[in-house]
Design a protein. Structure first.
Length: 218
């Protein structure tokens, strides 16, 4: 009986230790997640403010000497940051379902893309830049095969064109007011749809050779 009691207490203590360690690890992981979320939120806030100030700067100092070249370069660096953000979201999408947090990230990503597009329009107008703005409208929540293929075609063309083509993918179904206004302005009723230089609208899946009639790359 003494041996059985001793074994029982050892098993009880071991179970209790494992249980307490589990609770501790749970609290530690939760705190780590909270800190990560706070850090990412701060970075998001900084990126958003920086983007708005960048656009405001372009509007205020557009007539200054030596403005265009550094402004265009900085906007391209901004595009690189947005692209990195898009890759991060894609990685999350591969391992997670579309959670409210992920949808919020996608919406913020769209806002940064919108900011980039506005910058491109402003700089092209004021600096007589020769690049082509290509806005690609697609579904962010339920991507179709056509949209998937169109995305590949556009990315391939972007790789060939480099800085001669500014590619701005915009999801139409994330409940973003500015995108809703754009959809009404350009009568965007279906996806995929491509808008070139705010003038030419192409609906449905477009082949590369058809796009090259409107997008000139050196």
């Amino acid at each position: 009986m003494v041996i059985q009691s001793d074994v029982f207490w050892k098993a009880f203590i071991l179970t209790l230790v494992i249980f307490l360690l589990g609770i501790f690890m749970g609290f530690w992981l939760d705190n780590a997640r909270v800190e990560q979320i706070r850090s990412e939120y701060k970075e998001m806030e900084i990126s958003s403010i920086d983007a708005r100030l960048q656009t405001l700067y372009y509007q205020i100092f557009k007539n200054s000497s030596n403005f265009c070249e550094p402004a265009i370069e900085e906007n391209l660096r901004f595009a690189d940051k947005i692209y990195a953000e898009g890759l991060r979201i894609e990685q999350y999408e591969k391992i997670n379902k579309l959670t409210p947090s992920l949808i919020s990230d996608k919406r913020r990503y769209m806002l940064l893309k919108l900011q980039f597009w506005l910058n491109c329009i402003e700089l092209k107008r004021n600096c007589n830049a020769s690049y082509t703005n290509v806005v690609y409208f697609y579904s962010g929540l339920n991507e179709t095969i056509e949209e998937y293929v169109q995305g590949i075609v556009l990315m391939d063309l972007k790789e060939s064109c480099g800085r001669d083509m500014m590619l701005i993918p915009l999801a139409t179904d994330l409940n973003i007011t500015t995108i809703e206004i754009i959809k009404q302005q350009y009568d965007i009723t279906t996806t995929p749809t491509i808008l070139i230089d705010e003038k030419i609208k192409l609906e449905g899946l477009q082949k590369r050779k058809d796009l090259e009639r409107y997008i000139k790359c050196e």
